[in-house]
Design a protein around this ligand. Sequence first.
Ligand code: CDT
Length: 312
Amino acid sequence: MTRELRIGAAQLGPIGKDEPRAVVVERLIALLRQGADAGCELVAFPELALTTFFPRWYTQDVAGHDHYFEKAMPGPDTQPLFDEAARLGVGFSLGYAELTEPDACGDQHRYNATVLVERDGSVVGKFRKVHIPGHEADEPSRPFQHLERRYFEESPDGFPVWRCFGGIVGLATCNDRRWPETYREMGLQGVELILIGYNTPIHYAPDPSQNELQGFHNHLTMQAGAYQNGTWVVGVAKGGTEEGVESLAESCIIAPSGQIVAQAVTTGDELITATADLDWCKQYKETLFDFARYRRPDVYQRITSQKGVIEP
Ligand code: CDT
């Protein structure tokens, strides 16, 4: 049995504020078909891939923006993508804004979610973003807002992994990729492939000196996460200038060695592909990063329970 999986990262260019869902889904289907033509079995789409990045606009009435959210996945607008995936035999991951059914108390919840779908169109699982960046209140001095913390709740679910596509697959979303525990939580569960969608504005208002480092930090974090956990990582952007805001593209596919094996060269809709040998993960998981052999949680716990700086 081969453990090679042909994967694609379907980068998206901008999605306009008034672009209908059906038009966006047609773009996704076109990329999925390109993936099928390139022999892909799995194609990753970006974070919030069905709409413009709406958290850049302040509102007092979050519920008034529920038209950006999906109440079901698949739903009426996304069913054609699921149908085409099943017809082509190509699975996918898709980032979207999720509005839950009312719970026992009648409360609804809003998450920045990603669904993972198998080659037959069935849902494998759903991930909800853990690290919600940005701010809650309007900050009019910014050239644009980043109000994810107003629109979304943090996931209570952490970072699950799933046995599918012949390996162990996990998901993360945008800001999650900057945090080492994202990869390690999944690394401890044996993850072999992590799919990460992102929308990263080039301008970072709290510290604009980081603007020119956006591309560097993007690759730095994902390459380190891949290498330190012996896993493939796919980072897929919504890039280009959307509603006046320039976002990072530079989607890439990273091997367990930490090397980038494919990278987007445009800021628009673009599919990149690679053949991921999932057995390559073992070369790292069974040597330098053999967690069972070399990792010492008992030592970390001893250090973190000590108060203050240890004097020599
Ligand atoms: N979408 C997302 O998570 N973007 C963040 C930008 C944070 S700046 C407020 C990122 O980490 O790329």
